[in-house]
Design a protein around this ligand. Structure first.
Ligand SMILES: *Cc1c(COP(=O)(O)O)cnc(C)c1O
Length: 433
């Protein structure tokens, strides 16, 4: 503790005092005494959502009933919430709709991308992705490839360039890896894919609201993302979908339901796709969930006067830097390794720590102390370093402070030093990890 470089609690308090974003935390209902480092899995409750959702239930549903599709603005809520998301991901108004789940939206955009590729010639029969991509992305791609007689090629990050051949139709990547927090250079990857005649599908599940994204700037082709993580839309909040303006009207997406019809209430026979991104809707949308998500987005857009996503990113990197420094300083000798890239340009808004044994129990011991992170199992089929289990900590700059980081690492240090994680109760696995 004589090292002048050592970060102390007072230093973290000083960082909080200087933080221009610190008051944004008041927008959320955070349980007293809890340090929540899992906003990358389920975001917290925006205070405004409590009354807004109650109003949607009691007044809009209870009293307005069917009239609320018009009078409460239900009908165009997927577009209005989409326009708010557009501001966070470099899209234009009218280019994003909020609907369905990330998995379902991925099915729609990957289908459209494959149709687009096939229209340019029959030669490209491969979908390229990363072996370490989020499983549902790969399951969806696997199913689509099987149905169309295509090949799904899964490679390690370093082998992506080599996989961009004349056989490849689509490069489907998640911008920020859910296990490691490693972030792709979206501009460079998209440019490399396009140079090889390949379309790109980006999953922004761990990016939207967490790191700056510029879909039109990088000329991406298709993107999807999640509403319940950094966007704080609530459990099972609908996801979003974006398609580049050049492509959006070239094809139907395969789930050609009535909400994606040009005039859903004409009840005419024969599908006519709606213009623009509206054709990516399928059936009736979940108004209560959309209402909650709308509040989550308002809470992020409240950062606009302070610099918006750039300011959030600046704080997120500062939080993850402090976390990494404190772990290195306080938890050395306990078998933890930082699994997240140290380079800022390669890091999302989380830090993953790997450990040969006990990762699950350590996370549980932290939860018992009121510090919530989560556990992800090692990547058994991956390269050696990725086979270790992961303790995962998400840092949401809207409501996480530097003192929270200090306290969380202090608990981690105590859990490791005391060995309390070895208690049998912490080894019991739940259905959802
Ligand atoms: C969280 C997440 C999903 C979630 O998909 P759902 O369909 O909402 O369950 C999909 N892809 C990635 C990369 C994710 O991180």
């Amino acid at each position: 503790m004589t090292d002048p470089m050592t970060l102390k609690l007072d230093d973290c308090r000083a960082l909080d005092a200087q933080d221009p974003l610190r008051d944004l935390r008041q927008q959320f209902m955070l349980p007293e005494g809890l340090i929540y480092l899992d906003g990358n899995s389920l975001g917290v409750l925006p205070r405004a959502a409590v009354d807004r959702v109650a109003h949607a239930v009691i007044a809009e549903w209870g009293q307005g009933l069917i009239r609320s599709w018009n009078s409460a603005g239900w009908f165009d809520l997927p577009q209005r919430v989409g326009d708010k998301i557009a501001q966070l991901i470099g899209a234009e108004p009218g280019e994003v709709v909020v609907t369905d789940s990330t998995s379902v939206n991925l099915y729609k955009v990957l289908s459209a991308a494959l149709n687009l590729a096939a229209a340019d010639g029959p030669g490209r029969r491969v979908v390229v992705s990363e072996r370490s991509n989020f499983p549902t992305d790969l399951y969806i791609a696997e199913g689509l490839c099987k149905a169309r007689g295509l090949q799904l090629l899964l490679v390690e990050p370093d082998d992506l360039s080599a996989a961009m051949t004349a056989d490849a139709a689509v490069l489907m990547l998640t911008h920020v890896n859910y296990r490691t927090g490693a972030m792709h250079d979206m501009a460079a990857m998209t440019a490399a894919a396009h140079a090889a005649g390949i379309l790109t599908v980006w999953d922004l599940a761990h990016s939207a609201g967490a790191v700056p994204v510029d879909l039109n700037g990088v000329k991406a082709d298709f993107a999807v993302g999640c509403g319940y993580k950094y966007l704080n839309g609530g459990p099972g909040a609908p996801a979003f979908v974006w398609v580049h303006a050049h492509h959006v009207e070239r094809f139907w997406q395969p789930l050609s339901g009535w909400w994606g019809h040009a005039s859903p209430f004409a009840f005419t026979p024969g599908y006519q796709p709606a213009p623009g991104i509206n054709r990516y809707l399928c059936g009736t949308q979940p108004m209560l969930s959309l209402t909650a998500l709308d509040c989550g987005l308002d809470a992020i857009l409240a950062a606009a006067p302070f610099g918006g996503m750039a300011a959030l990113r600046h704080k997120s990197l500062a939080l993850t830097d402090v976390f990494i420094d404190l772990v290195n300083q306080g938890c050395a000798g306990h078998g933890l390794a930082i699994a997240t890239p140290l380079a800022h340009g390669e890091r999302g808004s989380q830090v993953s720590l790997s450990r040969a044994e006990g990762a699950y129990a350590i996370v549980q011991a932290l939860v018992a102390r009121g510090v919530i992170g989560d556990f992800r199992a090692g990547d058994a089929s991956g390269p050696l370093a990725s086979q270790l289990d992961i303790l995962r900590f998400g840092f949401t700059p809207l409501y996480t402070g530097f003192e929270d980081v200090w306290t969380a690492v202090e608990h981690l240090r105590q859990v490791l030093e005391s060995g309390e994680w070895r208690q049998p109760a912490f080894a019991q696995k739940n259905a959802v990890t």
